[in-house]
Each structure stands twice: as structure tokens, then as C-alpha cells.
Design a protein around this ligand. Structure first.
Ligand code: KG4
Ligand code: ZN
Length: 333
């Protein structure tokens, strides 16, 4: 039997994305149409603008993915789309298009939790699929520590109590007058900065739970800024980034030790941060833990991770009911 052919769609925020995956190892197409330039002038994603722009893009992007994959729609075995969490009006575009496709093709449909997509993304390409691990998901909307026991069985260990890590990067970048999204800008500037020049808070670092808080750090930067002059931008970026990374790394290692797990995974947009990747690798090695980082091309929003999560679920017998609605507040674990 030839490997399963899955078409995945992702429209939870401002990226329209379609991917086609054959079995665990062959990603035949992963198309992303980014709207970043449209939202840049507002300094963040405007939901109404996002959904309006998904609409004309989704059909042509599905056609493009099929063309790039050199397959035909009739060969698709399963159609999947992000069901939530995300912006409802954005979710609805991809979710409805994928459901329509599944009905038209007479193939099963799978509604996928966007966070499960991120969580499993570090395993994309692995011949044997996901294994038990502690997953750190760090994105623009979420910061979560999850115990992955088996595909479909997740336990939430901790989460941010206020801002997500990516949100903190974006907000601090905005304070510094840097363009949206701010994470990659801070990462780039911090490479030339001194992370020790400014002492910034590492909230909840010593708390016994696995929760996070980043809004105090953002506020500390806001109060510090008016007192600074001269050349401080790179040092401030590096000091801020170091504070975020220190908390993420230490809590992830502690969670793995507490759960008796020897593998940590890191996924979501912020997982492409160069300092986080470096310090996570260092800390995991020192603690004798294995580490799997999402490939940077699958760390920010993409449809390959949705197709992949669907493939793993399909193989375990999961199917979704077409009567299920998109859910902007869908939970994991
Ligand atoms: O996973 P993602 O594409 O969207 C959500 O599901 O939220 O993550 C986007 C977030 C943004 O906040 C962006 O600033 C951040 O990921 N990000 C980074 C880097 N690249 C993207 N943050 C820090 N360093 C980076 N290199
Ligand atoms: Zn995401």
C-alpha cells in the first residue's frame, strides 16, 4: 500500500498555508502566502483584514500545492485543516474550504488543533513518529509546557499567565520602534549586543509550578527606556532576549526532570530564535537530556505541521465529524 497522501490547510492567523504530505517523510508541497506586509502598518494583525485576505488566496494556494506536489486532487486520502485556536473569521476560511474539499472528494476530514500542529512539528520527517516528551510551545499567542504521552494524549503542565513569549518580543520591539513582527528583529539586533548590560526581571523563574509571566518584563523595558540615551538598542535587545530565554530554558529542563522524561521538544515561532536554540541545546546537554527543535521552516505558522498532525491522527484511527465548528478557543491537554 502506498503511503497516505494528506492535504493540510492552515489559516488561524495571518498566514494562508497549504501543504501536501505523503507518509511521514515526503513533504511534497508546503505553500505559505504571508500577509505580514499588509499588517505591518498597523503594528500587528488586524483580524478583519486577515480574514478578507485569506478568502481570495485559499483556492489558488490549494491549486498551487497540488501542482507543486505533482499529484492530482483525486489521489488525496485525507483532508485536514486547523480548527482552532486562532481568529475565528480567519479559521473559518481554511476550515470551510477544507471541509468542502473533503466532501467533494469523498475523503475523510480531520480538524486539527493548531497547538498540536506546533507540538508535533519537531517530529516531522521522523520515520517512527512522535515519542513521549516534554514540549515547549512558544509562539505569538501561546507559551505552553506540555507532556506528550502519545498522539492525542497531552497533559498541560504550565502556560503563560499573561503575555506569550512571542507577544513579549513583538511588544518590546514596538516600544523600540522596530517593525512587526518584532521577534526576528530583536534576534538580529541582539547578536551584536551585550546581554548583561541591563538587569531585567525573570518572572516566576523560581516558582515551583511550570507557568510563565512576561508582562512584567515588558513593563520593565518600558520604564527603562526613557532613562536611556546613546547607543543602547542592541544591548537592550540582547538583555531582554536573555531574560525570556533563561526562563523558558530553565522551566523546560525542570519540567522534563520532574516528569522523568529524557526528551524536550521546542516549537512555535519563537523556537526559531537563535539564542533560545543555542541555550536550550546547552542546557539539555548539561542535564543529559535529548533535544528536538522544530526546523525553522516549520516553526512559524505553516500547513506542513497541520498535515503531519493529521497523518499521525489518521494512522491511529481518528476522524473528525464534519458537523464540528471551528473553535477560536480550542484547548490542548
Ligand atoms: O507560531 P507563530 O508563527 O504564530 C502563532 O501561532 O502565534 O509565531 C509568531 C511569533 C511572533 O510573535 C514572532 O515575533 C515570533 O514568533 N518569532 C520570533 C522569531 N521568529 C518569530 N521570536 C523571537 N525570535 C525569532 N527569531
Ligand atoms: Zn502558531
Amino acid at each position: 500500500m502506498s503511503p497516505l497522501l494528506v492535504l493540510g490547510v492552515e489559516t488561524s492567523c495571518d498566514e494562508t498555508a497549504v501543504a501536501i504530505l505523503r507518509g511521514r517523510k515526503e513533504l511534497l508541497a508546503s505553500e505559505i502566502s504571508s500577509q505580514i506586509d499588509l499588517h505591518k502598518k498597523y503594528g500587528g494583525v488586524v483580524p478583519e483584514v486577515a480574514s478578507r485576505n485569506h478568502l481570495p488566496r485559499i483556492g489558488p494556494l490549494i491549486e498551487l500545492a497540488v501542482e507543486r506536489a505533482s499529484c492530482s486532487l483525486s489521489e488525496i486520502d485525507c483532508v485536514a485543516a486547523t480548527r482552532g485556536p486562532g481568529l475565528l473569521t480567519s479559521l473559518l476560511v481554511g476550515y470551510s474550504a477544507a471541509k468542502g474539499l473533503s466532501i467533494g472528494l469523498g475523503r475523510p476530514f480531520l480538524g486539527i488543533n493548531h497547538l498540536e500542529g506546533h507540538l508535533l512539528s519537531p517530529f516531522l520527517g521522523e520515520p517512527d513518529g512522535p515519542v513521549p516528551s516534554i514540549g515547549l510551545i512558544v509562539s505569538g499567542g501561546h507559551t505552553l509546557l506540555i507532556h506528550l504521552n502519545e498522539v492525542g494524549s497531552y497533559r498541560l503542565l504550565g502556560r503563560t499567565l499573561d503575555d506569550a513569549a512571542g507577544e513579549a518580543f513583538d511588544k518590546v520591539a514596538k516600544l523600540l520602534g522596530l517593525p512587526y513582527p518584532g521577534g526576528p528583529e530583536i534576534d538580529r539586533l541582539a547578536k551584536h549586543g551585550n546581554p548583561k548590560r541591563f538587569t531585567l526581571p525573570r518572572s516566576m523563574l523560581t516558582s515551583r509550578d511550570f507557568n510563565f509571566s512576561f508582562s512584567g518584563l515588558k513593563t520593565a523595558v518600558r520604564y527603562l527606556l526613557p532613562k536611556l540615551d546613546g547607543d543602547f538598542q542592541a544591548d537592550l535587545c540582547a538583555s531582554f532576549q536573555e531574560a525570556v530565554v533563561d526562563v523558558l530554558v530553565q522551566k523546560a529542563v525542570r519540567a522534563a526532570n520532574a516528569a522523568g522524561m529524557n526528551l524536550i521538544t521546542v516549537s512555535g515561532g519563537v523556537s526559531s530564535n537563535s539564542r533560545l536554540r543555542y541555550k536550550m541545546a546547552d542546557a539539555a546537554a548539561a542535564a543529559g537530556l535529548d533535544l528536538k527543535l522544530a526546523n525553522p521552516s516549520f516553526s512559524t505558522d505553516n500547513a506542513a505541521m497541520i498535515a503531519y498532525a493529521a497523518l499521525e491522527r489518521y494512522l491511529r484511527g481518528y476522524r473528525s465529524d464534519l458537523g464540528e465548528d471551528a473553535d477560536p478557543n480550542l484547548k490542548i491537554g
